[in-house]
Design a protein around this ligand. Structure first.
Ligand SMILES: *Cc1c(COP(=O)(O)O)cnc(C)c1O
Length: 423
């Protein structure tokens, strides 16, 4: 039996309808931007394995750091204890985060980073005896799959089974080009009619919605409105963080700073699950009290896992090298010329680029759903050609590891062009 066949006996995969889906591809090896399956077929990982892997698979520099940490101190509880790797991660992040961020809280994945931020926003006002219980979020947002993160997420088929069981969330339109004023007005209206605690957003790029992009000036304006009304702002940089938008964080493009930032995905270079939520001093101070009930009673068993911290430290070091910054710029330039090449194709609705993120919307005769027939046709075509791309409906996006070579990128572009002709 192949691994793919054995898999179906016990395993339940994410976002998968097992009755109708194909058997998963068993990957046995990865190096740089490449993956090999159990039959030794080669794939280009053009989406960095769900946006986590900037520096390539089986990266030796990160692996060495992990090994060294594993054989020094693999883990210790973080309640009542601390360790150097956690402190170093904090110090290193303080150097690169927006200047108003002062405190960091560790957890395990993007959803928990968001869960922590939302709980903190709600308890912040509880601790101040102010009744504020509504969270504001964007339409078509994605913030994760735990309950508060799911409540904030607006992609409806992910969450429809749980409607009516959520915390209060009110949604506003995304300020995409031409919709800025509609978005500002909606935010003002929500704040007027609800007791709002926080506003959570994916800064500049909504990943799971299909790399939907909007301008930093619009986000700055929304944050200003929140600040004027003392609504806490939460930048969910789980996808955008660590160079993907061309700057270290998407918020580096924005003139206003948020109260909290959520980080995960590329934090450890795609090696070990870990996440961080960061806060301003003001947010932290709302929990700092003689009264134990004002503390944040949230934690995870593997909080600040030293091995994850070692991976994060090595990753941040790699990100800061001139070589990696040059890679990000190279991929951005390459995307921009590909965009120019295909945006006027009769089958292309629109194409867009920010940093290493590229997306193209393909014309479709029918209303294309998230997992619709065009999506399946495209996905299968890409896999057959040895390119890992996961279209969102009729939107094909690329989010490559930064170390992807020009030749590999060319193959990804060529495959997308062929796919556009094919559908
Ligand atoms: C992926 C993602 C999450 C959820 O992260 P998980 O690690 O999958 O729980 C949250 N927010 C954004 C913006 C994401 O892209």
């Amino acid at each position: 039996m192949t691994l793919s066949e054995k898999d179906s006996q016990y395993l339940w995969h994410p976002y998968t309808q097992h009755k109708t889906s194909q058997t998963p591809i068993a990957i046995s090896r990865g190096e740089g931007a490449l993956l090999w399956d159990e039959n030794n077929k080669e794939y280009i990982d053009a989406i960095a394995s769900w946006w986590v892997n900037p520096f390539g698979h089986s990266n030796k520099f990160i692996a060495d750091a992990i090994y060294k940490q594993l054989t020094t101190l693999e883990h210790v509880l973080f309640g009542g204890f601390t360790h150097e790797p956690a402190i170093k991660v904090a110090e290193k992040l303080m150097e690169i985060l927006p200047k108003n961020q002062q405190k960091i809280f560790f957890s395990d994945n993007g959803s928990t980073a968001v869960e922590v931020a939302i709980k903190v926003a709600l308890q912040y006002f509880f601790n101040k005896n102010e009744k504020r219980t509504t969270i504001i979020a964007f339409e078509n947002a994605f913030h994760g799959d735990t309950f508060a993160a799911m409540a904030a997420s607006g992609i409806s088929f992910y969450t429809q089974a749980f409607q009516g069981m959520f915390i209060d969330v009110v949604r506003i339109p995304v300020p995409v080009e031409g919709q800025e004023q509609v978005s500002f007005d909606a935010l003002n209206e929500v704040i007027k009619s609800h007791n709002c605690a926080g506003f959570i957003f994916e800064p500049l790029v909504q990943g799971a919605a299909g790399m939907v992009m909007y301008e930093p000036e619009a986000l700055a304006k929304l944050i200003q409105i929140c600040k004027k009304n003392k609504v806490l702002t939460i930048a969910d940089e789980v996808m955008t963080g660590f160079g993907k938008t061309g700057k270290t964080f998407a918020m580096d493009y924005v003139s206003e700073t948020p109260d909290m930032i959520c980080l995960s995905k590329a934090l450890t270079g795609g090696t070990i699950p870990m996440a961080i939520t960061t806060f301003t001093q003001d947010v932290f101070d709302a929990f700092y009290d003689d009264d134990i009930n004002k503390a944040l009673f949230h934690g995870h068993t593997f909080t600040a896992n030293p091995t994850g911290c070692a991976a994060a430290l090595a990753s941040i070091d790699l990100l800061k090298t001139n070589e990696m910054q040059a890679n990000i710029e190279r991929i951005n330039k390459s995307h921009l010329s590909f965009q120019k090449k295909i945006e006027n194709h009769p089958k292309v609705i629109t194409a867009r680029t920010l940093g290493v993120i590229f997306a193209v919307e393909i014309k479709s005769d029918s209303e294309e759903s998230y997992y619709g027939s065009m999506r399946t046709k495209l996905y299968n075509f890409f896999i057959e050609k040895g390119v890992v791309l996961r279209p969102v409906g009729n939107i094909v996006y690329i989010l490559p590891p930064y170390i992807m070579t020009d030749k590999q990128l060319e193959k990804v572009y060529l495959t997308i062009e062929e796919a556009i002709e094919m559908v």
